[in-house]
Ligand binder design. Structure first.
Ligand SMILES: Cc1cc2nc3c(=O)[nH]c(=O)nc-3n(C[C@H](O)[C@H](O)[C@H](O)COP(=O)(O)O)c2cc1C
Length: 222
């Protein structure tokens, strides 16, 4: 490549990068980096705050079906499938019931989201014996839901900041069901609906412990 081509190419690339960023978000995302080779979807999934609803309620309902389908195929102890999801799409009475459970901090950024999900697990097997793994199984299913959301260009953001007891009462849950978490589902921000504060929060780097601190050959070092 000649030096004149290089000088033309680099600014052109920068302009292109800038344009593509404007098309997706007000600020560039902080790229996540893996220590070892993995599927890019794992790095793409992120609990963004700047999430929105532009889809119609019908389209959102359709997309949610795919998220629950992905959850449905998770492995579970004895194939007991203890996960349950109660959901509501923005603008419906079901949304209101779920939204009212959230703590004020979460209500603030969730207000623009497209759907809310309450995650529940059945803590007994069909034979009514207690299940040791109902939360683990439900976590597995919900991870699949999150990854399917990321694959479809949606954001899934888990939440524990809500009133667990109120959730049990509002949804009349029997004692063999455990309230696990909530999830906000939305679409990524576009410049016209994004706020500076949320975009800044999303631009902050997100880190992880090194694999050497979470996986051990034979003996755990604490
Ligand atoms: C069970 C669970 C509960 C969470 N609760 C909240 C919450 O109440 N509010 C919030 O803003 N984020 C919440 N988060 C999001 C985490 O803060 C986030 O997953 C973590 O910082 C890692 O960021 P990442 O998901 O973008 O990788 C929760 C996540 C999970 C899995």
């Amino acid at each position: 490549m000649s030096s004149s081509t290089k000088t033309l190419t680099i600014p052109a690339l920068l302009i292109l990068l800038g344009l593509s960023c404007v098309a997706c978000s007000t600020k560039p995302d902080t790229p996540r980096k893996a220590e070892h080779p993995i599927h890019p979807l794992f790095l793409q999934r992120a609990s963004k705050y700047d999430l929105h609803r532009t889809l119609s309620p019908e389209s959102m309902n359709q997309k949610l079906k795919s998220l629950f389908e992905a959850a449905r195929w998770a492995p579970s102890s004895y194939n007991s499938q203890p996960w349950r999801y109660i959901y509501g799409v923005q603008g419906t009475p079901q949304w209101d019931k779920l939204y009212d459970l959230l703590v004020p901090f979460n209500q603030e950024w969730v207000a623009t989201a497209g759907a809310l999900i309450l995650v529940i697990s059945r803590n007994t097997f069909e034979n009514n014996k207690p299940s040791r793994t109902h939360s683990f199984d439900t976590g597995l299913a919900t991870a699949q839901l999150f990854l399917q959301a990321a694959h479809m260009g949606l954001i899934g953001h888990g939440m524990s900041g809500f009133d667990y007891d109120k959730a049990r009462t509002v949804f009349n849950l029997p004692k063999d069901y455990t309230v696990e978490a909530m999830i906000a589902i939305g679409e990524p921000a576009s410049p016209k609906n994004s706020t500076e504060e949320l975009a800044e929060r999303d631009a902050k780097p997100v880190t992880r412990k090194p694999t050497s601190e979470i996986a051990f050959e034979g003996e755990m070092i604490t």
